[in-house]
Design a protein around this ligand. Structure first.
Ligand code: SAH
Ligand code: SF4
Ligand code: F3S
Length: 440
């Protein structure tokens, strides 16, 4: 038997990128490769990259320098850059980073075997063509680094919202949705092989719209109907089109998880306008009220950008006041990072000084810490059904999992194992974790 060559994939960025790496893993295993977690034995290194902020790109560049060392020891080693940085920088990346042999954008992964043979012949290989219809629907992802319990399913690709600060519409291209049957089939197969949670992924899942007219709410109902023991999550929702129809579907299916990630970015109408988010504070708060009405036990998390072009102290304070008003359970918080080619880069000046961005970010993080603690404290005494995922990172005698609200819950191991549902009463908490005891 021919020995398989070894592929090492390192992934940066969002969950969609992690899902894409699994597609890449699948394409390569069909082409006589096997994946390895040990970079030293790799014949091929892929780094699946992110361009969302400058910092994300800098990390990849630093990592590429380290890869040089492996290439010195193994002259035949091929290094490929995939994903959003490949798409954004194209051949410029090969000029700047000489060790790179292969540049492949997010819609060109089917071309990898051919590109690899070009690279092996000693030429640089590049394909960054974006597609209007590629969804990789027929490719069964290789579940890399999986706990065997929770999995991601990409349901759509691309984004056409053009938020003024964001590079994604340029790196991921046009929006397109995958056929619902292929999604339901993937969820069913995952359930049958022991998985108990799927997260449906897209940059803006609410605009899911398949060629047969299925919208996101009906897709969720179809996936939730696979089995009541299969938890269903989704990310990410754009506030402008989070519909009551979807909230109604969530309320109707107990296995659709009670947590919504609803990125707000800013609490100020004038900033939201400059960001081209297409909603204002009032609209956003209206959506929050609707969530509370349909699903009273739903947790809400968000993304916030601080220090966007022209952001005044007053506008910043409006973000703090909105955070207080919503009482988020969790938030991802970022300093604005200018991205070349975006509307914000062309039209506005990145004029908030670094030290002010840092101070505002700290205020936002401190407030979120308070809000998360407050929310967790209010869970003490409540009982939740927890899906066990792992042995706890801190102690082998404890298990960790999440409740439907997406909070991490840690409790004594006893006879339970990953994949079990366990009722846990919460007895204490930290800002990030709930602790509890199993009840019958
Ligand atoms: N499609 C998702 C988010 C994708 S990017 C959505 O619209 O919600 C994830 C987060 O990165 C964004 O929500 C935003 O908060 C942040 N982000 C995007 N571009 C950024 C930039 N140029 N600088 C700082 N943060 C940014
Ligand atoms: Fe970027 Fe906006 Fe699209 Fe999200 S919705 S990916 S923030 S352009
Ligand atoms: Fe990054 Fe691309 Fe995702 S820029 S956040 S990897 S879509």
């Amino acid at each position: 038997m021919e020995t398989k060559r070894k592929l090492y994939i390192e992934t940066y960025g969002c969950q969609m990128n992690f899902a894409d790496s699994q597609i890449v893993g699948s394409i390569m295993t069909e082409n006589n490769f096997e994946t390895t977690g040990n970079i030293a034995e790799a014949d091929l290194i892929f780094v699946n990259t992110c361009s969302i902020r400058d910092h994300a790109e800098k990390r990849v560049r630093a990592r590429l320098q380290e890869f040089k060392r492996y290439k010195k020891n193994k002259p035949g080693l091929i290094i490929g850059v995939l994903g959003c940085m490949a798409e954004r920088l194209k051949s410029q990346l090969i000029e700047e980073e000489k060790m790179v042999d292969l540049i492949v954008g997010p819609d060109a992964y089917r071309d990898l075997p051919r590109l690899l043979s070009v690279a092996e012949s000693g030429q640089k290989a590049i394909n960054v063509i974006l597609s209007a219809d590629e969804t990789y629907a027929d490719i069964n992802p290789v579940r890399l680094d999986s706990n065997g319990i929770s999995a991601f399913i990409s349901i759509m690709r691309g984004c056409e919202n053009f938020c003024s600060y964001c590079v994604v519409p340029f790196t991921r291209g046009k929006e397109r949705s995958r056929d619902p049957e292929t999604i339901v089939k993937e969820a069913t197969e995952l359930f049958e092989s022991g998985y108990r949670e799927v997260t449906l992924l897209g940059q803006n899942v609410n605009s899911y719209n398949s060629s047969d007219g299925t919208g996101f709410a009906s897709l969720m109902a179809k996936v939730a109907a696979v089995n009541p023991l299969l938890r269903v999550r989704f990310a990410t929702s754009h506030p402008k089109d989070l519909s009551d129809e979807l909230l109604g579907t969530m309320a109707a299916y107990p296995n659709i998880c009670r947590s919504i990630h609803l990125p707000v970015q800013s609490g100020s109408d004038t900033v939201l306008k400059r960001m081209n988010r297409k909603y204002n504070r009032e609209w956003y708060l209206g959506r929050i009220a609707s969530i509370r009405k349909f699903i009273p036990d739903c947790t809400i998390s968000t993304d916030i950008i601080t220090g966007f072009c022209g952001e005044t102290e007053e506008e910043h304070n409006e973000t703090l006041s909105l955070m207080n008003q919503v009482g988020y359970e969790y938030a991802f918080m970022f300093k604005y990072s200018e991205r070349e080619g975006t509307t914000a880069a062309k039209k506005f000046t990145d004029d908030v000084p670094e030290e002010i961005k840092s101070r505002r970010l700290k205020e936002i993080i401190d407030l979120q810490q308070e809000l998360s603690t407050k929310s967790n404290l209010s869970d003490i005494g409540k009982t939740f059904s927890v899906l066990v995922e792992n042995v706890s990172k801190k102690s082998s005698s404890e298990l960790s999992g999440r409740n439907s609200q997406n909070k991490v819950v840690v409790f004594r191991k006893d006879e339970f194992k990953p994949g079990d549902y366990v009722n846990v009463r919460i007895t204490s908490c930290t800002p990030a974790t709930l602790k509890g005891e199993v009840i019958d």
